[in-house]
Design a protein around this ligand. Structure first.
Ligand SMILES: [Zn+2]
Ligand SMILES: [Zn+2]
Length: 417
């Protein structure tokens, strides 16, 4: 139990979460049926902003980082500032889940027609945080401090040639005004059944960087390779060379990492050796020093293998999301709170995940804790459950109330200090 003088005892939060649950489910279904892609979350943002205004928030800032919404709820007592974050964007995926609120929305993404679906569960995150706003607004006179609600666009990435997401929200002041002391966020996952909460101290999710290689040889007849420089053979050596970085040059006892070449384009006929090959890949790490080291290895290996074959390489590495690192002290604080909310048997350490999340940018600025919330039907095994980003991704809505209770408890208890 929490302290008797706490701003809102567990039982009261539980009762308020019960009350709001049906509405959270309704919001989630509405948002699910009307999914919007990154930087285009106009309807969703409007829904959120109107809700926060109706609750009497002290401040509701709209159009932050394109379509983001920031809500400030000042408690009746002085204190620190805690931020809670939800992401609002959907994915260019055509839904295959057979529910009455299935998405049939189609739109354009980077010039291509596509279906749109909340295949990563951000509809659940947005609805949960709207529910948290309602619960905390109810007990606001007793809250010792301020809660900043961050509804962020474009977590999955902005359209080509646009900025967006967490980095832009921070640039536009979401942690600075008022000055945030800690941030909490969550993500639903079908890796775990509904009712379970997962955490990890330190690195949880990987950094994600984009690799592009342009390799120039000299075009010649496929039957006379000695008259040119074959970028396909040189490029193949580079692919194999890049695979030696993680296995030969990085301390595997520290953290795992991945270098993948996922695109290899060159040539247009069997009997022509082309001028040029283009490769693209992704680099994932759980340690910022290893990340820098891998970048250097990638550049050196690519350029020197190219030179050894008489070709010329240009290497571009676009830094994407940083490593999601849960602050160890904040994690130690959070675990007993979550155990109280979900029951100790339902809270456990989860494995690292090679996917990336732009929650990492908030965590670079202030101590942050990112929680995983199980959303799989308990009767479905892991093998049968579609992962996030699948057209068959399914959210067991019983996870919503647990999400509301978790964020309420973390925020209130952190503010109590
Ligand atoms: Zn995602
Ligand atoms: Zn996501």
């Amino acid at each position: 139990m929490n302290a008797p003088d706490s701003p809102a005892p567990d039982a009261e939060i539980e009762a308020l979460a019960d009350e709001v649950e049906a509405r959270v489910v309704a919001w989630r279904r509405d948002i699910h049926q009307h999914p919007e892609l990154g930087n285009r979350e106009f309807r969703t943002a409007h829904l959120v902003a109107e809700h926060l205004k109706a609750l009497g928030f002290d401040e509701v800032r709209e159009k932050v980082a394109h379509t983001g919404v920031i809500g400030v709820l000042k408690g009746g007592r002085p204190g620190r500032v805690v931020a809670l974050r939800a992401d609002m964007d959907a994915l260019p995926v055509s839904e295959e889940v057979d529910v009455p609120f299935r998405s049939r929305v189609r739109t354009e993404w980077n010039g291509l027609q596509c279906g749109v679906m909340h295949a990563c569960g951000h509809d659940a995150h947005t609805a949960i945080l709207m529910g948290v706003a309602e619960v905390l607004a109810e007990v606001r006179s007793r809250i010792p401090g301020t809660v900043v609600f961050i509804f962020q666009p474009a977590e999955e990435g902005a359209p080509d040639d646009e900025c967006g997401g967490a980095r832009m929200m921070i640039d536009e002041g979401c942690l600075a005004d008022p000055q945030v002391g800690a941030i909490f966020g969550l993500h639903v996952t079908s890796n775990h059944p509904v009712g379970k909460l997962g955490y990890r101290s330190g690195p949880l999710m990987a950094s994600s960087d984009e690799l592009r290689v342009f390799l120039r040889g000299t075009q010649t007849h496929g039957a006379m390779p000695w008259r040119g420089v074959d970028p396909i053979v040189v490029g193949s050596q580079i692919v194999m060379g890049l695979q030696t970085i993680v296995s030969r040059s990085i301390d595997v006892t520290k953290e795992p990492s991945v270098v993948t070449v996922g695109v290899f384009h060159g040539g247009n006929r069997d009997n022509i050796i082309p001028d040029e090959v283009k490769m693209e890949g992704t680099i994932r790490t759980f340690d910022e020093d290893q990340r820098d080291a891998i970048h250097e290895h990638v550049k050196r290996i690519t350029e020197m293998i190219a030179a050894s074959g008489g070709a010329k390489a240009s290497v571009q590495i676009k830094r994407g999301y940083d490593v999601v690192v849960n602050d160890p002290a904040l994690t130690s604080f959070a675990v007993p709170v979550l155990e109280r909310v979900a029951g100790a048997a339902n809270v456990g350490v989860v494995d690292k995940i090679c996917a990336a999340e732009d929650f990492s940018f908030y965590q670079k600025a202030v101590p942050g804790f990112f929680l995983r919330v199980g959303c799989r039907r308990p009767e479905a095994g892991l093998a049968a459950a579609a992962p996030n980003h699948s057209p068959r991704f399914f959210v067991d809505e019983r996870c919503l109330k647990l999400g509301v209770r978790s964020l309420c408890a973390l925020a209130l208890e952190w503010l109590e200090g």
